[in-house]
Unconditional design. Structure first.
Length: 247
């Protein structure tokens, strides 16, 4: 569906700048139909509205087109992201970078591979020389707050990258293209597969559902990254959500 480049009807979701295309909908339909045939007892959660309860204990979490804005503009950072979770914990992750034909695959207690070759997180342990990825939300007020946080954070790292597909950004941490990643305002289907992929690649990745915040890095950088992000958020007054259980 991605490679056909037939975007079809394009509508808006949360804001006027948050698009959904026919590709999103058609890709989700193909994926969910395949899962339904192969695993009829599993639950399914999809970004474009699929919410099927299962009785097996397993649930598939799907983002059929992560990076829709990039896709519509032809910017090469978009993907299909599929996770399988057991009791709320992602145990399998697959992200297919459809712009670069790169397939990331991971499962719990196993390695992470990219097109069949093992990958792992970097050994960076100094935030001042770390390349960090981030992303911005669609709501204007949230983006303004994120810009203020970034102004606090940017002088403390090597540099910042913003590519526009959270799933691919997490895979970039897993494969060493980024030392870490941080974003607020992402949904579970954006991160579930990527979290499994980072963890299997030797890194740490945590999602806070109430704040919709994800942080990921190698283990040697983790405490510095989390501490600096928290300090930056506190400095601009954005840490207002109550504590929540992490995934």
């Amino acid at each position: 569906m991605h490679l056909r480049r037939h975007t079809g009807d394009v509508d808006s979701k949360s804001t006027a700048t948050d698009p959904v295309s026919q590709v999103d909908r058609d890709a989700e339909q193909i994926i969910t139909a395949g899962i339904g045939r192969a695993r009829p007892d599993d639950g399914i959660l999809g970004e474009e509205g699929t919410d099927t309860r299962g009785n097996s204990g397993f649930r598939w979490v799907i983002d059929p087109l992560d990076g829709t804005v990039n896709y519509l503009y032809g910017f090469p950072s978009h993907s299909v992201s599929i996770a399988v979770e057991l009791d709320g914990v992602p145990i399998i992750g697959v992200v297919y970078d459809t712009a670069h034909d790169e397939m990331y695959v991971a499962q719990i207690d196993g390695a992470t591979t990219k097109n069949g070759d093992n990958v792992q997180v970097t050994s960076c342990q100094d935030l001042s020389i770390a390349l960090i990825g981030t992303g911005f939300g669609y709501d204007p007020d949230l983006r303004k707050q994120q810009a203020l946080i970034l102004a606090e954070f940017l002088p403390l790292v090597r540099d910042i990258r913003r590519a526009g597909s959270c799933a691919i950004d997490l895979c970039s941490v897993a494969s060493g293209r980024l030392d870490g990643f941080y974003e607020v305002g992402v949904q579970w289907w954006d991160v579930a597969a990527g979290i499994a992929i980072v963890r299997s690649a030797g890194g740490i990745a945590v999602y806070e559902p109430l704040r919709k915040r994800v942080i990921a890095s190698g283990s040697l950088l983790w405490e510095q990254l989390c501490g600096t992000v928290n300090e930056a958020e506190i400095a601009v007054g954005s840490q207002k959500a109550p504590p929540s259980a992490n995934i």
